[in-house]
Design a protein around this ligand. Structure first.
Ligand SMILES: *Cc1c(COP(=O)(O)O)cnc(C)c1O
Length: 360
């Protein structure tokens, strides 16, 4: 099998082992005489995969099924921007949002349709190249919303801000399973699978049960978390294939030794690239200067000499490295190095960054 170094931000690289197992499942699942693409979501073969994946998801995050609910929904992380306030925010209530980039800004825009939004911290003035460190939270806010990793800008929260008991809700789309956090600090987390957890088509929502119970029921059933919680994400046809592959990724994560091992590996991988960038400040400009705010997943940088951007990309492609172009809204370059991105690919990029300095 021919593999490139895929630095794409999402959909993104998956473990080869997962691709191999998934391709077998596409042909036949559990000696059933059917493909995973063909089985009924009400049948035994799929139901087993579904429930096992739900259990595995909570286990990998270090959460218990007694206290937490894990859901698999359609619509992408973007749908959660609306579904969250629809379920938890009313016109008389205020939710606090931390604005750290394009995805947070979209979440804020949607929340404003349903209730009051207080932007409790923002780094918009610095074009989102840092994380805010000062927050003005609302006493009695319905929840605080944070984006743990800013996929486009390349910043990532490690300690979460202290919210004084206000429920913390997090968009973890691009760093779920990458950092060994204490996930009990979140009352609700959501993540589209296609960055670090599987293929596109499914979004994971993990919520503390007591928080979920406070959601409104006055909603069309498909848009209500309670509907999906009551039905174990089988209210309607779930994105079965995507859930199946997320299950394979979770199995792979457990085989790797869990989130602690993955975080250590991710720190090493990111350091290879940041160190190379920082070694040549006359040539490269990392977009995020504050080391404590730098993402382990999405490494954003520019060339001081913009005239060499095309040469840089072409040289990288000649060395099997693809997907390094930055997001269209910020330009420059972005190396996305999720859990499944191999260490030798980070070494290859670091080598290339060093060699490019010497090619005029
Ligand atoms: C990619 C991304 C989204 C949007 O995800 P979709 O599944 O495409 O809707 C939202 N938030 C973050 C942090 C992301 O990285």
């Amino acid at each position: 099998m021919h593999r490139i170094y895929n630095f794409s931000a999402g959909p993104a690289v998956l473990p080869v082992q997962v691709l191999q197992e998934a391709s077998k499942g596409v042909l036949e699942i559990n000696n059933s005489g059917m493909s995973i693409l063909e089985v009924s979501h009400r049948g035994k073969d799929y139901e087993e995969i579904h429930h096992e994946t739900t259990e595995r998801l909570l286990r990998v995050l270090g959460l218990s099924a007694e206290t937490h609910t894990a859901l698999f929904l359609g619509g992408g992380a973007s749908m959660q921007f609306a579904m969250l306030p629809m379920n938890f925010l009313s016109k008389e209530q205020t939710a606090d949002y931390i604005n750290t980039g394009e995805w947070s800004s979209k979440a804020i825009k949607d929340a404003k349709r349903f209730g009051n939004v207080n932007v409790a911290g923002s780094s918009e003035d610095s074009l989102f190249s840092v994380l805010p460190t000062q927050f003005n939270f609302t006493t009695g806010a319905r929840y605080v919303h944070i984006t743990t990793n800013n996929t486009i800008e390349g910043t990532e929260f490690f300690p979460m801000p202290y919210t004084a008991g206000v429920p913390l809700v997090a968009d973890c789309s691009s760093d779920i399973f990458a950092v060994n956090r204490d996930h009990h600090q979140f009352d609700l987390m959501y993540a589209g699978a296609q960055k670090n957890a599987g293929p596109a088509g499914v979004t994971m929502v993990i919520a503390r049960k007591v928080f979920l119970e406070t959601a409104t029921e006055d909603l069309p059933p498909m848009l209500s978390y309670k509907t999906h919680a009551k039905a174990d994400s089988l209210y309607n046809t779930p994105p079965a294939f995507s859930i199946y592959v997320v299950g394979l990724v979770l199995k792979w994560i457990e085989e790797q030794g869990g989130l602690g091992k993955l975080e250590a590996r991710n720190r090493h991988k990111a350091a290879l690239i940041y160190d190379a960038l920082d070694s040549y400040p006359d040539v490269y400009e990392p977009a995020v200067k504050n080391i404590a705010h730098r993402s382990l997943m999405n490494i954003t940088f520019r060339l001081r000499d913009k005239g060499r951007e095309k040469q840089f990309l072409e040289g990288a492609e000649a060395k099997n490295m693809q997907g390094l172009k930055g997001h269209r809204s910020v330009g420059g370059f972005r190396a996305s190095v999720y859990n499944a991105f191999p260490e030798d690919g980070c070494e290859a990029l670091a080598e290339y960054l060093k060699s490019f300095v010497h090619t005029a």
